[in-house]
Structures are given as structure tokens and as C-alpha cells.
Design a protein around this ligand. Sequence first.
Ligand SMILES: [Zn+2]
Length: 307
Amino acid sequence: MTTRNVLGLDVGGSSIKYQLASVAADGLPVVVQQDTLPTPESDPIAAFAAIARQLAGDDLAGVVIAIPGLVDSDSGTVLRSVNLPHLDGLRLGPLLGDLLEVPVDVVNDGRAAAIAEARWGAGDGHHDVFTLALGTGIAGCHVVGGEVAAGAHGIAGELGHIVVDPHGELCGCGQHGCLETVIGAPALRRAWRAAGGEGSPRDLLGAYENGDVRALPIVERAGNALGDALLTLLALVDPGCIVIGGGLASSPHRLVQLAVTRVDEKATFHVVPPIVSAELGRWAGAVGCIGIAVDRLTRAVHASAAR
Ligand SMILES: [Zn+2]
């Protein structure tokens, strides 16, 4: 195998974060370009093809596209994306693959980021990593041996919908008192406003740091709820490492610290693994795409060598 290019596109509602890597004979990728582009608003297949040709030239060996939403990676189809509704139902992988004449994989953006954090970020060195992104929703992903363990029906890892308060608020999923109804950004914003606070959940966390008594019960309830959910996670999954990222996990870190304290206090038979902050930030999705593309390329080389 001579040096070939693989392209990772992490597609968001308004911009695409991309990485272009060249892969040498040893299978190791070297990122040669990294930047952002505006997300095409129409004719996505032709637009993605033009981007790939322009960036990678003739040496393109594979493309991986991360999409915010529900995807069927087996068929390369975007099932539903709230931020990119014009892609709903699109057989993006096969259609773009036919046009470019290279394999095109379609993955969920959270899973791409989880793979990246587990393999090359904060989970590096651990075989069994559970990643958690705290934001509007709570996205969880179990990565074992560098691959996502998604369960029999592809929905494993939904830590945000573990019930932490059976008499709590109605969740968007139809249950009452899911973790998301306590610690999701909209829930924290509502609780902060109800307590007379102003601004975002980050302002709430800042007020807590400054000793604001209005913030105290809200943040402690959220931290304890996250801790209880993590204890459930330890009992069910027994991960070697837990990586926590997302907007609400970054500075200030008190929310996660409260949860870790709760876990340490309540754990009995559980083995509490390292609970660490995500490291790759906003580029994690693109990094994960490159990793998936390299995996496919390496498998193809081994398959042709075996013939
Ligand atoms: Zn729920």
C-alpha cells in the first residue's frame, strides 16, 4: 500500500469540521489538514463529493461522515437528524461511495467522538471505556477494544434515561425522573430560573462556585443524581475508565467532582475506575472518523493480502 488519503467529515448544523489524513504502508495516519467548512444546505451528495475531491485529490481511499442524529451505519443511511433534516432518509454512504468510487461510512457523531476519546484521548490505554457527554442531553457510549458496544438493538449506553427520581419530571422519552430531567442543560436552566437565578447552566455552576445559596441545592441534586447514575453504570458495565465531556463538564468542574464524591461514598462491591475529563474537545468527532476510515483501509489491505 502506498500513501493514501482518508477524509473524516464531522457534519454539524452550520459547519463541518474535517480532517484529512495520509496513511502510509504501516497503517499509521498523519493528519495533513484540519479545518472547518460551511455545511451545504442543498444537494448534499454532490456537495460532499466536491469537498472530498477538492481536499483529497486522486489519492482518496475512504471517507467517514459523522452525522448528529440517528444513522444506520450498516446501510450508510441517515435515519433522522434534527439539525440536518434535509438528510433524513438519505442513503448517504452508498450514493456518495458510488460517486467517489471509494468506501463511504456514515456514523453517529457522538459515537465517532466516543471512539476517538477512548482510543486516542482520555481513555487511551484502557480496553473498556465508557464515555459521557453532558449537554442538552446526556449521551453515553460504551467502547470496548476501540469499537462501540451498542447492544443487540443499537441503543445501549443511554445513561441519560436511567431513572434517578421515580416521582420526578416527565422526560422527553416518556419516563419520569430520568437523569436528563435533573442534569440536562434545559432542566438546570429551568431550576436556576425558578430559584431566581439569571443566565445559563454555566452561570448556575459559576454561582455555585461563588457560594450562592440559591445554586447550592440545584447543583448538589444534579451532582448526586449523576453520581447515582454512575454507580448503576459501574454495577452493570464495570468499565475500566469513565471519560466525561460536553459543555457542562468543562470548567468549572464542580458538577463532576460532586458526582465522583457521591460514587466514592456510596460504592460497596463496585470497583471505581478512573473518572477523567475528555481531552479532544471539538475535534473528537473528526478524529474518530479518521480512526474508522483507517480501520477499514487496514482490513481491506489484510483481506487482499490473504487472497
Ligand atoms: Zn428519559
